[in-house]
Design a protein around this ligand. Structure first.
Ligand code: DP6
Length: 365
């Protein structure tokens, strides 16, 4: 695997100070990444919708120092110093040091906030690491004399974001993003996410995702632990093969607009992900009773109303309801009348497919 392209050319313009602000999205996987090898290489290819409303906004203030051994940074989350996120970010900085040597030449103050409620059970690692990665790429561009292409910036940002959290590699580009080498997806790679390279049927371009907040507590088992349990999992080999086959099927569905097959595949992926958790050793369950109440209600509603809604789950109890835009009003009514009661404080978030990372501010001295 060729990672040489991510080692930068010698730098010339060392700025004294700079700060950059990026807004980057969360994403929801349709084909799930669950199982990895070192360092953050996925055992199967995955694909996600980039979200629009659920995002992180991060500013990094860079101040030139005399050169340090390990990255020197402070972290503020929603205005407050956040010590418990620091170890994962410190590990990330160590992993990317050879690709981003400038992180040792600047003291960094990271200020981050999420658009979604704090501890809503929505993973913020994807949008969190992609935002930091885009800020670093903005600094890299300023330090280089040559102009980096947008394509290279996005590719390298995704490459380094992956080293923070696998799913973060899918939180740079908009629309549909594939991460993981797949024979039928041109340009796909284990190293970074790429936009789904084929023409997407119009129905999937503005798909809606309503996230029902069933459980806002911190998960009992982290994704990292869950991924590791796939190492000696009795069904691992079949699962990784199945995910790749499912991506071949989904690729065709996304192009031909076959919503019924989309529903079947996406729900099966979600339940298989949780099936892997149930059959890990030690085994664990992240769904809650209300997750199942909601799933059953969705199935009944779909049958009775000839609707095209479906659900997916990430590694938690919250339910993502996916549906075509033209069903939005009816689905909202259904959620309000029948599903909100199963959410904590009746909370849910309406979202849709989004456009990817957006630069907000750039100041340099
Ligand atoms: C179930 O990307 O959070 O959401 O690489 O250890 O940070 P790490 O894991 P993470 O795993 C995401 C798992 C998932 C499925 C997916 O997003 O594909």
């Amino acid at each position: 695997m060729n990672t040489l392209e991510f080692i930068p050319k010698p730098f010339s313009n060392l700025l004294e100070k700079a700060n950059f602000t990026w807004q980057t999205p969360s994403n929801i996987a349709l084909i799930k990444y669950w199982g990895k090898s070192n360092l953050q290489l996925p055992k199967n290819a995955s694909i996600s919708f980039t979200l629009n409303n659920c995002h992180t906004i991060t500013t990094i203030y860079f101040t030139k120092n005399r050169g340090v051994e390990g990255a020197n940074f402070n972290l503020f989350f929603e205005g407050k110093k956040k010590e418990d996120f620091k170890p994962k970010i410190a590990q990330f900085f160590t992993r990317i040091q050879q690709y981003c040597p400038y992180i040792l030449w600047y003291d960094m103050e990271i200020h981050s906030k999420n658009s979604f409620p704090h501890s809503s059970g929505i993973a913020s690692s994807a949008s969190g690491f992609s935002a930091i990665s885009m800020c670093l790429m903005s600094l890299e561009q300023e330090l280089q004399t040559i102009k980096l292409s947008k394509e290279y910036i996005n590719k390298k940002a995704s490459f380094i974001a992956r080293l923070g959290s696998g799913s973060a590699s899918r939180s740079i580009e908009g629309g549909l993003v594939v991460w993981g080498n797949h024979l039928e997806i041109e340009g796909s790679s284990d190293l970074f996410g790429v936009q789904f390279p084929y023409k997407v049927h119009s129905i999937f371009k503005d798909y809606q995702d309503t996230i029902l907040l069933v459980d806002k507590e911190e998960k009992q088992v982290s994704s990292t632990v869950g991924h590791n349990l796939m190492m000696n999992h009795p069904f691992a080999i079949q699962r990784f093969a199945q995910a790749n086959e499912n991506l071949s099927k989904l690729s065709k569905i996304l192009q031909n607009g076959d919503v019924k097959s989309f529903i079947n595949l996406v729900e099966s992926e979600a339940l298989t992900l949780h099936g892997m958790m149930l059959t890990s050793n030690p085994y664990f369950i992240l769904m809650k009773p209300n997750t199942l109440e909601i799933i059953n209600k969705i199935w009944r509603y779909r049958q009775e109303n000839n609707s095209n809604i479906c659900f997916t789950l990430d590694a938690g109890a919250n339910v993502h309801i996916l549906h075509p835009k033209k069903e939005k009003e009816k689905v909202n009514q259904f959620i309000n009348n029948d599903l909100a009661q199963f959410c904590q404080k009746k909370q849910y978030i309406c979202d849709s497919v989004g456009f990817g990372a957006k630069k907000v501010v750039s100041i340099k001295e």
